[in-house]
Design a protein around this ligand. Sequence first.
Ligand code: HEC
Ligand code: HEC
Ligand code: HEC
Length: 463
Amino acid sequence: MNITKKHVVIVALTGVVAVLALPIINLIQGQRVPEEFVAIKCGSAEMTAAKEIIGNKCMLCHMQDPVLPFYAVLPVVGQQIKRDVADGVDRVNFISFYKNGGDDQALMAKLEHAVRVNNMPPKKFLAIHWDTALNSKEKAAILRSAAKVRAEKYATNLAATEFMNDAVQPLPATWHEKLSPAKIALGKRLFNDKRLSDDDTISCASCHGMDKGGTDQAQVSTGVRDQLGPINSPTVFNAAYNIMQFWDGRAKDLAEQANGPPLDPLEMASNWEQIIGKLKKDAELTAIYVDVYGSAEWTDPNIRDAIAEFEKTLLTPDSDLDKYLKGDATAISGDAAEGYALFKSHSCGTCHTGPAMGGQSFERPIDPVAYYAFRNKKIVEKDFGRFNATKQEQDRFKMKVPLLRNIALTAPYMHDGFTSDLAEVVTIMHDHFVTPSNRERLSAADIDKIVAMLNANTGTLPL
Ligand code: HEC
Ligand code: HEC
Ligand code: HEC
């Protein structure tokens, strides 16, 4: 949807009378801040201030079923405002954002970006509601609130001052919670153990190789008996940062995720009884297990717990990009540095956000049908993404945003692994994923610079 053109049409059609009358009526009527929104309590004075500003200026298009302005009954202008409300609330619902603590990392990045580039409310809406524009004090207040949340909840305290408030943060070398070395050692053994598969041919590492960027570097994975799976294998490197696991988020964390592959008929095709039957015959491994869990009784929650603990160590810090973000201006080329600036200005960091550059939200192409038609791809069930896990219509076509760390090692790309060409992916991101109000021209030279930045993103790999 192109807001700019449509609003031009609306303003033209409503004519001089409306253009003059609406602002005056609007001035008398003012905006109504919904009760439900007012009632939400925030954790800090900064967030309370930001929420109040948003309540006064943004809620018309960013909540379910708002009280529409009187002109919503008019044919053309009414249709447009209804479409804006539908599109706006689909991307950000500020009632649920603040109810959930106002600290969702990806939504926060989107809010900061909109405020920085000053594209909300949409320009043509401002023509009739000039009083909803954000002034510089209000912008500063919203950014201050976001900066406070980042500092308290997400900052790795590694970024140089100039990058401190970026959506992308340097990747820490260690996981932030204390891990058990004994569990890690056991988990590493199990991760590499082929007895987790029916015919002892496949381990987790077969599809998530330490020498392959934590993936299998194949379009789709191959399970036992050479069976092809339906989807591309995401990396296990830094996967601990994902808010949920799998492209569709059907597992809430790493331990739950590890229940998937062993039982999946197309992957390891086994079951826990069979696996435990094999492992308990291994006296040496069972001795290690007893040391960790205090009992010789093998259980699948413990197996999964140990694997998850090991996976939390699969972090890849100290890429050249990280060195740059930490303040070493010469760590990446001039092109890559410009690529990073372009990555921010083109809003890539609003989805590929946080230390792992993704994994914080589920997102869909702006127009999924047009996107898959452009790719000449027949839509299959796996393309429904998050919908397959929640059965909620609003989740159809949404994928968990992939991590961009070590991207040079993890081709082919996208959930269907359809290309290994990073420049092609960046073009698709710009044309089909960046939201219309953030979309600006991206030249071929700019794309090369973003690719240079992505290629400077390989960290120290786990062994
Ligand atoms: C007239 C309706 C309208 C008003 C008022 C409005 N927005 Fe929006 N907003 C939209 C629409 C439509 C979209 C989705 C389309 C787009 O992003 O191009 C959107 C998207 C957004 C996004 C998501 C951008 C992204 O990267 O996905 C943010 C954040 C946002 N608005 C913030 C605000 C803030 C802050 C205000 C108040 C200062 C505001 N909006 C007021 C219509 C509105
Ligand atoms: C046959 C290949 C194969 C095997 C074996 C395999 N995986 Fe995977 N793994 C995949 C694929 C494919 C996906 C994506 C599936 C999806 O999202 O629907 C995946 C997803 C994951 C994810 C989620 C990453 C993310 O970004 O969401 C983790 C973590 C993971 N696997 C760990 C493991 C562990 C631990 C094991 C062993 C218990 C294992 N895998 C065995 C292919 C495999
Ligand atoms: C609205 C959220 C959003 C924005 C904005 C966005 N991306 Fe993405 N990106 C995604 C999603 C979702 C996928 C996975 C899509 C799929 O698999 O079908 C993805 C995939 C990618 C991949 C492939 C990763 C892999 O391992 O498969 C790269 C590279 C990438 N994006 C770079 C960028 C760049 C560069 C920009 C800015 C021009 C950008 N993205 C903007 C959501 C976004």
